[in-house]
Design a protein around this ligand. Structure first.
Ligand SMILES: Nc1ncnc2c1ncn2[C@@H]1O[C@H](COP(=O)(O)OP(=O)(O)OP(=O)(O)O)[C@@H](O)[C@H]1O
Ligand SMILES: [Mg+2]
Length: 312
């Protein structure tokens, strides 16, 4: 696929007779934030490890930034950043030293290390604590530092495995803002495993849903909802004096109509219903104040996908 920075074809990894990742075919596009969803044990972390060449394939193929994870692991890992599920920071060292050591390992040019470390400590709001031992940091600070570390060498793809797990709402938001910042401002591609569906809906351009090592579906939440045949819900608010007229008109167009004061709730319609109803109302001289198509929630889509998979 054009612009794909990750391409997996039938990628498979077994442990014993169990396939942790089972014939995964997937493209991730340059610059997008891609959400990788699935229950515990679905194969998300295994996929991240395969794509970074830290785990050998059992079958299939993949290229990441045009490189083969299996053959070009070290070269590839200089161009990707990985925030693992349980990032290991050196708790005895301070934040600055943790970053400096990592910068050296990842070949950040020597004359740039200090500048880059300062810059990223500032961005991550860690500058005034940079001389403290990391062992004394809160979980949120450690996670910020781990994310800072993953970004230090300006990776083209950032892999994040549950980046906000266990963080309080404020710390989680801070991490999300940083992810958005790096993706939008610096053009990094982000591949993010998460259990947080609200977070995925807010942050991700597209998502893939895994179950037992298999990819059930991939797309934007709206596309997934359409594939599932989910129907939209729409609210239409009209002028109080036009409720009667709007009521008979809307009921002539669809069955599931209810009204409260001057707002109609319409359920179970195709997306195309919205412009059609709107045109009809306006043509009939109804003053329409508000139309609110309720987007399908990723949560609904996620559970519907698993349900469909179980019953098929
Ligand atoms: N090194 C390993 N040895 C044996 N089995 C493994 C190993 N790594 C992963 N597995 C198995 O592969 C499956 C997928 O695990 P994986 O860690 O990829 O899931 P996950 O989607 O990341 O789950 P979680 O949401 O809990 O992090 C699980 O059944 C797990 O037990
Ligand atoms: Mg995992």
């Amino acid at each position: 696929m054009q612009n794909a920075v990750i391409s997996a074809r039938e990628l498979t990894r077994t442990f014993g007779d169990k396939a942790a990742v089972n014939r995964l075919t997937l493209d991730v596009l340059r610059g997008e934030i891609f959400g990788f969803l699935g229950h515990n044990g679905a194969g998300k972390t295994t996929t991240v490890r395969l794509l970074n060449g830290v785990l050998a394939f059992s079958g299939g193929s993949a290229t990441v930034l045009g490189l083969s994870p299996a053959a070009d692991g070290p070269a590839l890992r200089r161009r990707t950043g990985v925030l693992t599920e349980t990032p290991s920071l050196d708790e005895r060292l301070n934040a600055r030293d943790n970053l400096t050591i990592y910068a050296e390992v990842y070949d950040v040019p020597r004359d740039q290390v200090n500048r880059r470390v300062d810059e990223i400590l500032g961005l991550f709001d860690l500058a005034d604590r940079s001389k403290e031992r990391v062992g004394g940091f809160s979980k949120g600070m450690k996670q910020r530092l781990a994310l800072a570390r993953a970004l230090l060498h300006r990776p083209e793809i950032l892999f994040l495995d549950e980046p906000t797990a266990g963080l309080d709402p404020q710390a989680a938001r801070q991490v999300r803002d940083l992810i958005t910042h790096f993706s939008r401002q610096e053009g990094h591609t982000v591949f993010m495993c998460t259990h947080n569906l609200v977070e995925a809906q807010r942050l991700c351009d597209r998502v893939g849903v895994m179950e037992h090592g298999r990819l059930l579906a991939v797309g934007t939440p709206v596309e997934l909802a359409r594939q599932l045949g989910s129907r939209a819900r729409v609210e239409i608010e009209v002028a109080a004096e036009h409720v009667q007229r709007a009521d008979s008109l809307l009921r002539s167009l669809t069955a599931d109509v209810s009204v409260e004061h001057d707002t109609f709730m319409i359920g179970g319609v195709e997306r195309e219903f919205v412009p059609r109803a709107l045109a009809a109302l306006v043509n009939a001289g109804v003053m329409v104040y508000r139309v609110a198509p309720a987007e399908p929630s990723l949560e609904d889509v996620y559970f519907a996908l698993h349900e469909r998979n179980e019953t098929s």
